[in-house]
Design a protein around this ligand. Sequence first.
Ligand code: NAD
Ligand code: KPL
Length: 305
Amino acid sequence: MSTTWHVLGAGSLGTLWATRLARAGVPVRLIVRDEQRLQAYQCAGGLTLVEHGEAKTYAVPGETLDNEEPINRLLVACKAYDAENAVARLASRLAPGAELILLQNGLGSQDAVAAKVPQARCISASSTEGAFRDGDWRVVFAGHGYTWLGDAGHPVAPIWLDDLTAAGIPHEWSTDILTRLWRKLALNCAINPLTVLHDCRNGGLQQHHCEVATLCAELTELLEQCGQPAAAEDLQQEVERVIHATAANYSSMYQDVANQRRTEISYLLGHVCKVAARHQLHLPHLHQLQQRLIAHLHSLGLPSD
Ligand code: NAD
Ligand code: KPL
């Protein structure tokens, strides 16, 4: 019998992973916040995945954070700002040798989580898959992509990647996961805040070429100075390529703001500005972008952390 996957967070990515694992016959359990959510989940009868317009429900067993069963493998699928506290609540349930897979975008939350569970192996992931919720316990698979997984402190791939293959989750083990996370972070910092401030789709940034180029220059300087030169290579060209390739899309931050949801700003632009300060780098345009974004979020009554 293979090891059970506990999935923390019944949101878009958590549901996307849990349903595909369940479909492949891999044992999986969903962790929800409290008894009330558990009852609501049980009434719904499972998690629903909508793929190619077809909805299918999987009766993934649910439990609350307070369940006492040990956890060997935990997929952390909440937002970056929730990850540390959510994992802290589960720390006592982690079995010796437990592994955590951290799906959070940006940087900062992975280290915060790892510090809460020094006894566990933490594997970071960077995903280009896309999903959104169209109802409670329901997710629409919106964009096929890839997930890179890696452990900066331990390059050996875990055996359970076979479960992902069985589940049809496209993935690759990465021995330079930090570079991947930094690269994605830089792309997100060059694109997402500007789409919010200019109120545009990604393609709208083609009208703001100089502003994008200036941010890319500062991001490149930061990456080179903080030991991530590979993540800096041809950054501007890639940012321009992504803007072009995703011209019709709204960035994830744009969507969060449009839906009055808290953004992950602290783990994106906030993290970049924090690292720049630590390296005593003067990056005025990134700093100003952060201030403009914070002011904008305040004006909308949204949290700026
Ligand atoms: P989401 O908001 O849809 O889901 C997060 C879920 O975690 C919510 O259901 C929330 O209630 C739950 N949660 C939070 N704290 C909890 C706790 N203490 N106990 C139990 N449940 C808790 O978020 P998402 O879109 O799935 O994103 C998760 C992460 O993946 C983010 O960092 C995001 O940037 C990243 N990501 C998302 C996508 C996507 O397409 N959705 C793509 C790539 C990366
Ligand atoms: O990842 C993205 C996002 O919207 O979060 C892209 C499409 C790369 C834009 O930064």
